[in-house]
Design a protein around this ligand. Sequence first.
Ligand SMILES: Cc1ncc(C[n+]2csc(CCOP(=O)(O)OP(=O)(O)O)c2C)c(N)n1
Length: 363
Amino acid sequence: MRMIEAETFGQEREFPMMQIIDQEGNLTDDTHRGEITKEIAQLFYSQLKKMRLFDRKAINLQRQGRIGTYPPFEGQEAAQVGSAFALNEGDWMFPTYRDHAAIITFAQSYYILANWKGRIEGNVPPHGKNILPPSVPIATQLPIAAGAAMASKFKGDPTASLVYFGDGATSEGDFHEGLNFASVFKAPVVFFNQNNGYAISVPIEKQMNSKTIAQKSVAYDIPGIRIDGNDIFIVYFETKKALERARLGKGPTLIEAVTWRYGAHSTADDPKKYRNPDESEERRKFDPLIRLELFMKKSGYWDDDWALRLDEEAVQEIEEAVQKFESKPPPDVNDLYDHMFEEMPWPIAEHKQQYLQYLRGGQ
Ligand SMILES: Cc1ncc(C[n+]2csc(CCOP(=O)(O)OP(=O)(O)O)c2C)c(N)n1
């Protein structure tokens, strides 16, 4: 009998895509109708628009040689902004290299720009914000987030952790270790996956046989949900619910937010080599900003003057942030070496001395 239960288990658990507004801006679920006010819609739209403009600006900065390699996120704004807005002030964020919109929203600052210029300040979030530096080694942040959440729990600290990762990360061992530890220890952590269809050039169907990422929650006996990652309302309300559940000691949740990256994996690759450009244009039908605009127009929440002012303010805010980070004095060369170890290992100390000597004009 146990065999039969095991065989039917997967079939009983379906992971339908959850949504509150569809791509035409229609409300498809009434659950949160009372909470979706003009204020919240305008707040969400403002941040989505700012982040889209920021992303385009950052690509231009990279093209002009003013920052280093940059991983764009256009298309993924709702997934990042909606989930970041769901955090409480003292919660913890574990972002990846693509999650600039999540970082800026939670930090309420563009400090992360400095990171993409190789500045140490880019790894130090504004005071009082618990944000780790963006993780570039894929999935390594998941066990770290699970461990940090376990620490919060052991200390009786009422905070939750939110950890971001892509679809590709779910094929790494660290994904499974992170979920297993979090499940066993009922750690207050939310695993927030942005399924943007590709791990660099590898489409998701070549990477895994699982039908969804949400179903991977079954193996760890934790709740798993699949949401429309381009619908900021479902992202916000479901992330908030999962974070509250975590804070109540009920353990982790896996959220799969289905979305799309319109552009390149990073400014170092050309998506035309592995993806039909028409496909990305097709995806604009599901755009997170357009659907919110349509919803706001249908609800009487849209105001053309407000939208115009918003664009002007956003451009100004981003320009000021760029000026601020570009007006900093050149970085201290010691920053390259001084912050990893409490006691510097000798090969690094030797390398540092050689480099300083080279800069002084020696050999
Ligand atoms: C451990 C590790 N292996 C390989 C890489 C090279 N790499 C950088 S990004 C990437 C793809 C990650 O895809 P996904 O997790 O879907 O995130 P996305 O880039 O789509 O946001 C890979 C393989 C890396 N950074 N770290």
